[in-house]
Design a protein around this ligand. Structure first.
Ligand SMILES: C[S@@+](CC[C@H](N)C(=O)[O-])C[C@H]1O[C@@H](n2cnc3c(N)ncnc32)[C@H](O)[C@@H]1O
Length: 208
């Protein structure tokens, strides 16, 4: 697979710079990050480039995406970007194949999965992040949410409807419901960063 043949996400191309800018505000200078639901791997390459002192571990549940991420990794040759691993958040052991992670991560990053996965993936992400983060580590989620007391944008309403048409188990999540799942895993919302196109970058940290 050459780079031009690889599956490409225009949305990831659009949001990668705002995400990097926000991550630079919330992450320390160096550390190790586990990316959940890396998809095409565009974010992995862009963020590992922009955060050169972070070791970046891309993953996805879809076995078809792993060679795509691997090809982008090979093309960029970044020393801080690790080979992709298969990880389904719903599995009791992360990753699904190969040895379990031996070291905890300073950050877990997950963009655009919660609304494109069954609801059970939300609690599973929270529990898995709690298992694999260092005591001071943070989980960062990025995507669109419905918020209590905030009128949803027309775009997010339409996006939610189109997701539910595609798969009734998908759809934008209510932030309060996500917070409830986080609380069950011992995490709480630490900060909320408004992002372009009615998205949010949310930072979750341990409650104790
Ligand atoms: C819309 S893509 C987002 C990809 C990338 N993070 C981005 O923002 O461009 C959603 C990704 O979530 C992954 N995904 C869905 N369910 C998952 C699960 N249970 N565990 C891990 N990844 C999952 C899919 O395989 C897909 O790659």
């Amino acid at each position: 697979m050459t780079e031009t043949d690889l599956p490409f996400s225009p949305a990831a191309e659009r949001n990668q710079q705002p995400i990097l800018d926000a991550l630079r505000q919330v992450l320390p200078e160096r550390g190790s990050a586990l990316e959940v639901a890396s998809g095409t791997g565009q974010h992995a390459v862009f963020l590992a480039t922009g955060l050169p002192h972070w070791r970046w571990q891309p993953t996805d549940q879809d076995p078809a995406m792993l060679p795509v991420i691997a090809a982008r990794r090979a093309a960029c040759g970044l020393p801080n970007l690790r080979a992709p691993l298969r990880l389904d958040v719903r599995a009791d052991v992360w990753p699904v194949e190969g040895p379990a992670f031996a070291e905890p991560f300073d950050a877990v990053f997950c963009a655009n999965m919660l609304h494109i996965a069954p609801w059970e993936a939300c609690g599973a992400l929270m529990r898995g992040a709690a298992r694999h983060l260092t005591p001071a580590g943070i989980l960062i989620t990025y995507g669109p949410y419905f918020e209590e007391g905030v009128a949803p944008s027309e775009g997010n309403r339409r996006f939610d409807a189109s997701l539910r048409d595609t798969n009734p188990a998908w759809g934008l999540r209510r932030l309060q419901a996500v917070e409830n799942q986080a609380a069950l895993a011992g995490l709480a919302l630490h900060s909320r960063v408004p992002m372009p196109a009615n998205n949010l970058l949310l930072v979750w940290a341990r409650t104790a």
